[in-house]
Design a protein around this ligand. Structure first.
Ligand SMILES: Cc1cc2nc3c(=O)[nH]c(=O)nc-3n(C[C@H](O)[C@H](O)[C@H](O)COP(=O)(O)O)c2cc1C
Length: 224
């Protein structure tokens, strides 16, 4: 049996540890899970973009409860120019960085153009890769999808996209690549209607939600 003085120290240390843990644990609000805000970026600027339709179907039909997806347009983003980067970056760049900063996770949707990701996406990621080492995407849970009218579904674009995201040190959600082939046949009336694709996407988003909630519930490391 340990002496009472030692037991009292252990009890105090344990109580402090428990209080630290509960301080950093994501707290449910009113008995329900708190709402998670995700951001969607679509790399096709086309009015009838299939990739944009996928994102909008996710936002209206495929999210789990207590998860919201806000879609941020990339139409006004200028081409990356280091001379314009910094504190006085163009307004659409500042807006994009703020939107990513405020989101807890990001979903990127890109078509494949000439065996690569869309230039719109690469340009957005170039702006988001800066400031160096303090990118708004660094450590941000990120899920990517590619949709193409061809049978490969944009797999090559996705490979490039993942290289770039590694460079930026985004936290890629551990989920099999979401490549949507023959995309035009899976959409009708401006909705993704293909049930297997809907289910695969929905499971990817639940995986993302779980990693965000788990990360939020981890205690911070306290260095003595
Ligand atoms: C210039 C251009 C190049 C393309 N290159 C490819 C390609 O290399 N591989 C592929 O799978 N699809 C390719 N496509 C087909 C697009 O992926 C397809 O049109 C897709 O639906 C475009 O996305 P959106 O509907 O969201 O605009 C290309 C389309 C265009 C316009």
């Amino acid at each position: 049996m340990l002496p009472a003085s030692v037991l009292s120290v252990i009890a105090r240390v344990t109580a402090t540890h428990q209080s630290t843990l509960s301080k950093h644990r994501a707290k449910p609000t009113g008995g329900t899970l708190r709402t998670i805000h995700l951001l969607g970026l679509c790399a096709s600027l086309r009015r009838e973009s299939n990739n944009a339709i996928i994102l909008s179907t996710i936002s209206t039909e495929l999210l789990p409860p207590n998860v919201l997806l806000h879609i941020h347009p990339l139409h006004d983003l200028p081409l990356y120019n280091g001379d314009q980067d910094g504190d006085d970056a163009p307004v659409p760049v500042v807006a994009l960085r703020e939107a990513v900063n405020h989101a807890e996770g990001v979903i990127l949707a890109s078509p494949e153009y000439s065996h690569g990701m869309s230039g719109v996406m690469k340009n957005a990621l170039d702006w988001l890769s800066s400031p160096h080492r303090r990118s708004p995407l660094k450590d941000k849970p990120t899920l990517m999808l590619t949709g193409s009218t061809a049978f490969i579904g944009g797999a090559r674009a996705q490979q490039q996209l993942s290289e770039t995201l590694w460079a930026i040190q985004a936290a890629l959600v551990p989920y099999p690549p979401i490549v949507i082939s023959d995309i035009h046949t899976k959409i009708s009336d401006h909705r993704l209607t293909h049930s297997a694709t809907r289910e695969f996407l929905a499971r990817g988003i639940v995986t993302m939600e779980q990693s965000i909630r788990m990360e939020a519930s981890k205690p911070e490391l306290i260095w003595a």
